[in-house]
Ligand binder design. Structure first.
Ligand code: FPP
Length: 271
């Protein structure tokens, strides 16, 4: 949700009016997501760094805006079958904000359409730290229960069975969600800014110059349309790479063999 401040600055308005307009965009975009049956939409609304580095007055305003957004929009969320969830160090937010957040998520918990996840007081590195701490805490508790040392516990089954990518995923805030297919960055910024670093390893990225307060459902659809034209390869060769292409590669394999032969210790003058 980038560009609220710039949107306001361009109109010689105070930054908070940009945030207010940005909150309006949220509902438009969510309702379009729900209309096209998008299962998950995650908005990076407030980072850990925003919380630490923005003036207290702006942070307080954002917290009030978030509460008022939730209170005013829960009915529309229900009308649109949208479920509210959150990721981030929520426990560090003011208690009255946490209460409203919990109320909104409970009030929409039965909806089965789009899950709108707000990333609040969120930072991806701290999410990974929290995941590792949680895994370690679990292991220590299990060792304690079995009456053995952590070292013994790990040795019994092997470290690989105790810690792999699936274990990390299962302890991230997003454990219940699939990895994002598409990341949209507004306001032309070409950075990831500590957002879902683990989860977006193979996500497609769409950058638009449009500032978040000007972003509407139609722009979400444009981004999805662009995404649908991408070829996702996940490190493989992709669907457009046919067997014919592979046939053409065979001579390349021969060349590789030839080069390998030339590199034997007896022939020290490779091409
Ligand atoms: C980025 O714009 C936006 C934010 C840091 C805050 C967005 C949060 C809200 C609008 C609060 C309400 C949340 C919801 C979900 C209703 P920026 O200030 O970094 O803009 P700039 O880069 O142009 O300065």
């Amino acid at each position: 949700m980038d560009g609220n401040g710039r949107w306001a600055g361009k109109r010689s308005l105070k930054r908070f009016l940009g945030h207010q307009q940005g909150a309006e965009s949220v509902q438009f975009v969510v309702e379009t997501a729900s209309r096209i049956n998008l299962p998950f939409l995650t908005l990076y609304a407030f980072s850990l760094e925003n919380n630490l580095r923005r003036p207290k007055s702006e942070v307080n305003f954002l917290m009030r805006l978030l509460r008022s957004y939730l209170v005013s929009n829960v009915k529309r969320m229900n009308d649109n079958n949208v479920r509210m969830e959150y990721i981030g160090r929520i426990q560090e937010l003011p208690s009255e904000v946490q209460d409203t957040m919990q109320w909104a998520s409970e009030a929409t918990a039965r909806n089965s359409g789009t899950t709108l996840t707000l990333a609040l007081n969120y930072g991806s590195r701290s999410e990974i730290v929290d995941a590792v701490r949680s895994i370690l805490t679990g292991l220590v508790a299990e060792a304690h229960q079995r009456g053995c040392s952590l070292e013994d516990l790990i040795q019994v089954d092997g470290l690989e069975s105790r810690l792999d990518e699936h274990h990390i995923c299962d302890h991230l805030y997003t454990a219940h969600m699939p990895d994002p297919d598409l990341v949209i960055r507004t306001s032309g910024e070409q950075r990831i800014s500590n957002f879902l670093l683990w989860q977006i390893a193979y996500s497609e990225i769409f950058i638009t110059d449009r500032l978040w307060p000007d972003f509407r459902g139609i722009h979400l659809l444009e981004a999805i349309q662009a995404y649908q034209k991408r070829e996702r390869r996940f490190g493989g060769l992709g669907e457009t790479f046919t067997d014919e292409d592979l046939d053409q590669l065979e001579p390349a394999c021969q060349v590789a063999e030839e080069i390998a032969t030339e590199l034997t210790p007896n022939q020290l003058t490779p091409r």
